[in-house]
Design a binder for this molecule. Structure first.
Ligand SMILES: Nc1nc2c(c(=O)[nH]1)N[C@H]1C(S)=C(S)[C@@H](COP(=O)(O)O)O[C@H]1N2
Ligand SMILES: [Mo]
Length: 207
């Protein structure tokens, strides 16, 4: 190898900020600074005094939190990239929420639990395999950018699964049901991919 070649290679490895950012943008996606609203139906208004969040299904005993109880759970800040199947990606979105790992400490999962359905106040559902939401991969958020999540973006609380396309991040989250078998959610039964990994472009059924 000539010295020239080596030195070029070295320069190539010094990543410009744009290049570092490009690695975070999945194939077929473009970066937006906007925060589009995508909802299949009208925005439900959920009264905080009536809000509850439940873990149920294949658990020894279901658990339900009121809003006050939920706010007392240990929370943390998350800065994550989100990828919508309609091709926008938004980098470094800032949320506060409770890790699904923390929530799972409050139930005893049946060893047969392998999938879950996240369900929402207006009837939306989405399905996820358990291995994709544990170990820091999912959280229930109630703040966006330092403020309460607006109703349009899923407030009072929404699921965030940043590693998968954004339709998996159920807005107006009401509960999570653990199951032994997988069951397609709303978009998954309308032709969207069952899994939805943006870096594998798992957009539609059969991708
Ligand atoms: N309950 C509920 N959650 C939902 C949806 C919905 O219609 N209802 N839309 C999904 C889709 S397709 C996307 S892209 C994101 C959009 O979230 P945003 O409106 O905050 O951008 O929410 C997801 N979660
Ligand atoms: Mo979406």
């Amino acid at each position: 190898m000539s010295e020239k070649f080596i030195s070029r290679g070295f320069v190539g490895k010094r990543r410009a900020p744009e290049a570092a950012q490009a690695n975070r943008v999945p194939p077929g996606q473009y970066v937006t600074k906007d925060f589009p609203v995508l909802s299949a139906g009208p925005t439900p208004r959920v009264d905080l005094n009536k809000w509850t969040f439940t873990l149920e299904g294949l658990v020894r005993a279901p658990v339900t939190w009121t809003w006050q109880q939920f706010l007392e759970l240990p929370s943390r800040e998350y800065v994550v990239d989100i990828h919508c199947v309609t091709k926008w990606t938004k980098l470094d979105t800032k949320w506060r929420g409770v890790s699904l790992d923390t929530l799972l400490e409050h139930v005893e999962l049946d060893p047969k639990a392998a999938f879950l359905t996240a369900y929402s106040y207006e009837g939306y559902t989405t399905n996820l395999p358990l291995p994709d939401v544990v170990n820091g991969q999912a959280f229930v958020a109630y703040e966006y950018d330092g403020k309460a999540i607006t109703p349009e973006h899923g407030g009072p609380a929404r699921l965030l699964v940043p590693g998968l396309y954004f339709w998996k991040s159920a807005k107006w989250l009401k509960g999570i049901r653990f199951m032994d078998k997988d069951k397609s959610g709303f978009w998954e039964s309308l032709g969207y991919n069952n899994h939805g990994d943006p870096f594998k472009e798992e957009r539609y059924t059969g991708d």
